[in-house]
Design a protein around this ligand. Structure first.
Ligand code: ZN
Length: 143
């Protein structure tokens, strides 16, 4: 789904979810001794605390903006690919309690150990992954 309104260019950088977020904003209330009532609308900005209900990632809204420097996506599926990997990394962090900044390297090292114990050729799989990535990020008009 591509958002074109309130969530245009907003996507969870961890899991790729883009349908729903919890954003802490500001609103004005008329308060009397009897209670309160919202007056007017509400607002938020790029510094507003934002949480992804998909994976729990919590950061300022600006961190959820889609980065403009992503490689080409000729098949329009790279968000899905990233989201699937994001789910795996999120689960890895959950199981191992590793720091987020170390998760990718730790996961790759653990996959090397897993490959040793399950008769897989990690280097061959990594070569295959690079070929897939190159195909998925090369514009179709390129030779
Ligand atoms: Zn998320």
């Amino acid at each position: 789904m591509t958002n074109t309104n309130c969530l245009e260019d907003i996507r969870c950088p961890k899991c790729g979810q883009e349908d729903r977020f919890f954003i802490t904003g500001c609103a004005q209330f008329e308060v009397t001794d009897d209670g309160s009532e919202a007056v007017g609308g509400h607002e938020w900005d790029d510094e507003s605390s934002t949480r992804c209900p998909g994976c729990g990632h919590d950061a300022p809204l600006k961190d959820f903006r889609v980065r403009p420097d992503l490689p080409p996506d000729p098949e329009g599926k790279n968000d899905d690919h990233a989201a699937w990997a994001g789910a795996a990394v999120a689960r890895f962090i959950e199981v191992t309690a590793t720091d987020e900044e170390d998760a990718l390297g730790d996961l790759l090292a653990d996959l090397m150990h897993w490959s040793d114990r399950n008769n897989y050729d990690f280097d061959a799989a990594l070569d295959r992954a690079r070929l897939h990535y190159e195909a998925e990020t090369t514009p179709e008009s390129s030779p």
